[in-house]
Ligand binder design. Sequence first.
Ligand SMILES: Nc1ncnc2c1ncn2[C@@H]1O[C@H](COP(=O)(O)OP(=O)(O)OP(=O)(O)O)[C@@H](O)[C@H]1O
Length: 240
Amino acid sequence: MISIEGLSFSYPDGTKAIDNVTLDVTEGSAVGIVGANGAGKSTLVNHLNGYYLPGAGSISIGGIKVCRKNLDRIHKLVGLLFQNPDDQLFTARLYDDVAFGPENLGMNRADIAILAEKVLRELNLWELRDKPPAHLSQGQKRFASFATVLVMKPDVIVMDEPTSDLDPKNRRKLINLVNSLGITKITVSHDLDFIWDTCDRVCIMNNGCIAADGQTREILSDRTLLEANNLELPLRLQQL
Ligand SMILES: Nc1ncnc2c1ncn2[C@@H]1O[C@H](COP(=O)(O)OP(=O)(O)OP(=O)(O)O)[C@@H](O)[C@H]1O
């Protein structure tokens, strides 16, 4: 479903954030991207819906090359949840944010109304539909940004630090939600327990490269490997 081939990317100031990354992700799998601050995780996943375009190398999603001329098709395939929900919510009313994507696709109003209500109800946001997103709590904003992505029925969902604002109960709710999605999932997180609960494969990034790639339980229980990449065991293993 995702094929990244020799991807490198530098920011305009010269910072090399991605250094020759090659990665294939099969349809329906759930891959966690972990690594210390500044390792290149956000830069990598922001390439998956064309937010950044490759400096060198190539990416394709579902066989479609990520490039400027294919961006509309890529945006239909890949839903990206930004690290900061405020970057995702920009209208004056939650409902309008959720309806925005389907409207852009040209869906008719009646279908949008049915779809938006379904997604808002599933995420327990229906009662908040008339609120300005700016007035929602951080946790509510997090689920609201999920709603704007899920309403588009993407084939791939990319989540950047999805648990950062959530209390334990909502974190559990998010784990259940993510595990109920039968689509390809890419999750960037410092919350290795969340990765443990939601991903079947983990890649460790270090200095713009993939330093390790394997099954979640193997990678996340390898203390030596984690420490070599400035990471720690998931909390559940630290307590053993
Ligand atoms: N807009 C930018 N301009 C210049 N350099 C940037 C920019 N955004 C990120 N970087 C640099 O690119 C590198 C990778 O950053 P990135 O945000 O991808 O890391 P990350 O692994 O997601 O980090 P974190 O865990 O802190 O979110 C870092 O050295 C960072 O300073």
